[in-house]
Unconditional design. Sequence first.
Length: 166
Amino acid sequence: MKLLVAVDLSKSTQKIVEKAEEIAKGLSAKVWILHNAEPAPDILEFKADPQTARESLAKKFHNEHRQIQKIAKQLRKSGLKATALLVHGPTLETILKEASKLGVDMIVVGSHGGNAVYQLLVGSVSEGVVHKSKCPVLVVPTLKKKHLIKKWASDPTSDTPPGSPE
């Protein structure tokens, strides 16, 4: 069994990795931790100092690579075969491309639970992966229930009751 675990290095990453580790141990699966580094910012197109911009991006990518290497190392310490992958490109397309290239049996992603307006304007990577993937996808909900209750309480006209995914 092969798992591709897509992480964004936010606070949600730990919860996603913990769930993936639980599944991987039960199935003796090989795990790839995939992080899609954000493309170069548009500021590079302006009159910014190119050397400073390159150094800043290199530092950012190096830091992100260290973070996913640390996650993979922790998984290896727990007895799993794990590899860290830092990639660049449009997030949804890059996840699907890597899943296909690696021949994974399942993709694990997190869901931040954005509201309907966010979904409409920005879209959801996890939703896109679910709809376009050729293999099964596990979506790990990462919002805390307390956050959902607080959010619902601030807008009681919302259709979403406490504890429900959006």
